[in-house]
Design a protein. Structure first.
Length: 268
């Protein structure tokens, strides 16, 4: 009887545990990390999953996080804000390689190619950590197979907050897997609002006054040719939504594809 007790496996400490493989701190407010990928996890680039840690009460403390890595990657990458008194991120920001996190392998989301009708040009509009789903989509061959032009705008308060996205975009052209596909299709349009940089201002303002179109040599956003995905704060999403509707684009969903889709950048 004692033998049986000894061989009975204990319940796992962490259900759906994955191991942290890499952590990078970009600013005192931003970090990215990579974890092992459950073998059975299939997802579409742009989707999100619930991840987290065990809370003090022993229950999982989970938040929605966009997967920042492409669907072909062996590992999963996430890009996160650090909120000093945030229940999850105040602790998550201290993870180290070898630590375990909880990951519920049920990907969902609307920032997926399937939710858009075919078009010629796709716009990815992001603020802050809203860049995460686009970090996935920008590394997905399907993005370049579907569109002739891919424009990614990223608005942050300061230059250092653009760095994760800037490095990712810079590496794409030399990427052995998709570099050739990317070719000259990709246009990166970073802006800052609270620190001097080559391009200043909220992207919403720059769309309204036509600066973006002049800079890129494009004659506007049209429902016949343009598609958009939007990810940022609630206020940002609302403002971009109004702009897209003004250009004549309609909001799409997985079940009803149209011309643009929106998702909130979750953890704040
Ligand atoms: P701003 O500095 O003018 O508020 P945050 O760090 O607060 O999440 O903001 C990230 C970036 O998004 C900031 O550059 C911020 O500009 C910008 N932003 C916030 N709200 C909006 C909005 N409604 N429309 C456009 N840009 C926005």
């Amino acid at each position: 009887m004692t033998a049986q007790t000894a061989t009975t496996p204990k319940p796992a400490m962490l259900p759906d545990a994955q191991t942290v493989t890499e952590v990078r701190h970009w600013t005192d407010r931003l970090f990215s990390f990579r974890v092992t990928r459950p073998q059975s996890l299939r997802f579409r680039s742009g989707e999100f999953v619930m991840i987290g840690l065990l809370g003090d009460n022993g229950k999982p403390l989970l938040r929605a996080y966009s997967i920042a890595s492409p669907s072909w990657d062996e590992e999963l990458e996430f890009y996160s804000i650090k909120v000093p008194d945030g229940p999850l991120t105040s602790r998550l920001q201290h993870i180290q390689p070898g630590d375990q996190i909880i990951l519920r392998p049920k990907p969902v989301g609307t920032l997926v190619h399937d939710a858009l009708l075919p078009g010629k040009r796709i716009w990815f509009f992001a603020t802050g950590t809203g860049f995460a789903p686009f970090a996935s989509l920008l590394r997905d061959p399907e993005t370049y197979e579907r569109y002739d032009q891919v424009i990614v705008t990223h608005t942050c308060r300061e230059l250092a907050e653009l760095e994760y996205g800037r490095q990712l975009v810079a590496a794409l052209k030399d990427d052995p897997l998709i570099g050739e596909l990317v070719g000259d299709k990709l246009h990166y349009y970073p802006t800052t609002t609270r620190e001097d940089s080559p391009r200043m201002g909220r992207i919403t303002t720059l769309l309204q006054d036509g600066t973006v179109f002049r800079d890129l040599g494009i004659d506007g956003i049209k429902p016949e040719t343009d598609r958009a995905m939007v990810c940022g704060s609630l206020a940002f999403n609302k403002d971009i939504k109004a702009l897209m509707e003004g250009f004549g684009l309609r909001e799409g969903a997985n079940s009803d594809p149209a011309e643009y889709v929106v998702e909130k950048a979750f953890v704040d």
